[in-house]
Design a protein around this ligand. Structure first.
Ligand code: MF3
Ligand code: CO
Ligand code: CO
Length: 257
């Protein structure tokens, strides 16, 4: 069942989205070669607290961290620990917060210090795919139009979309209906309506699409060891252009040209 958000709910989603966006910006700027992922976890926990919010991940199905940190071939749900970042590592950061009963969920992959042009291209294409998906989030379209735009953008560049994890409705719960796959998988796909809030989140592998979960029970890695990137925004479907709730400058045409 898809929950449409009232004007009042939408204000709640904006507030949660703004905090998630601020925390992600701050954490992304904090990432530096030589630091451990545990230092990032500690910093994120402090910033979430600073805004009077709570991590939406900590304790979710017993997930043990405040944010997901996934490095290089790690796709999503990586765990903080003693690992030291090296120059050129690709660091995926996924931040979800509860604030006043609503959830904001947003992710970005950043290089530690800098990275190769090949790695940067993976980041650029994944972010571009997210914005192409967002651009399709208008009434009259269906969820599959978002999925198709993402998949086409990714595959045009020779990369693969992960099948096992998908975007999602979001609201008072982190995961609501509908699912928002990053690939076309069905012709029965819900129509988009004003008041829907969605987390759109392409996970893109430089190599093949296959993934597996490490023995820690959480960390998802590419089967072929290739690099992976993840970008995510929480958006509101309106009568017109989608409103990006996890973008502090609230751009909608940005990055879509
Ligand atoms: N943030 C993820 C998503 O985008 C979910 C993380 S689940 C957790 O849907 F258990 F790792 F927290
Ligand atoms: Co997320
Ligand atoms: Co999400």
């Amino acid at each position: 069942m898809i929950i449409l958000k009232s004007e009042c709910d939408q204000e709640g989603m904006r507030a949660a989205g703004r905090i998630a966006a601020a925390v992600l910006d701050e954490v992304a700027a904090y990432v530096t070669p030589g630091m451990t992922t545990r230092e990032i976890e500690k910093y994120a926990a402090a910033r979430i607290k600073h805004y009077g919010a709570r991590s939406a991940f900590l304790g979710y199905k017993n997930y043990p961290c405040h944010l997901c940190i996934s490095v290089n071939d790690e796709v999503v749900h990586g765990l903080a620990g003693d690992r030291r970042l090296e120059f050129g590592d690709l660091v995926s950061l996924d931040v979800g917060v509860y604030y006043n009963g609503f959830v904001g969920d947003t992710a970005r992959t950043v290089p530690a210090g800098g990275c190769s042009p090949e790695a940067q291209n993976l980041l650029d294409v994944t972010e571009r795919a997210l914005w192409e998906g967002i651009r399709q989030a208008v009434p009259g379209n269906r969820v599959v139009d978002i999925s198709r735009a993402i998949q086409e953008t990714v595959e045009k560049h020779g990369y693969s979309v992960v099948r096992e994890f998908v975007g999602h409705g979001i609201g008072r719960a982190m995961h609501e209906d509908p699912q928002v796959p990053n690939f076309v998988d069905t012709d029965r796909s819900p129509r988009l309506r004003p008041g829907m809030t969605l987390a759109i989140e392409p996970m893109v592998n430089a190599g093949r699409a296959g993934v597996r979960v490490l023995s820690d029970g959480w960390t998802v890695v590419t089967e072929d060891g290739s690099l992976s990137a993840h970008f995510e925004h929480t958006i509101l479907v309106t009568e017109g252009e989608p409103e990006v709730l996890t973008c502090l400058d609230r751009g909608t045409s940005r990055k879509t040209e």
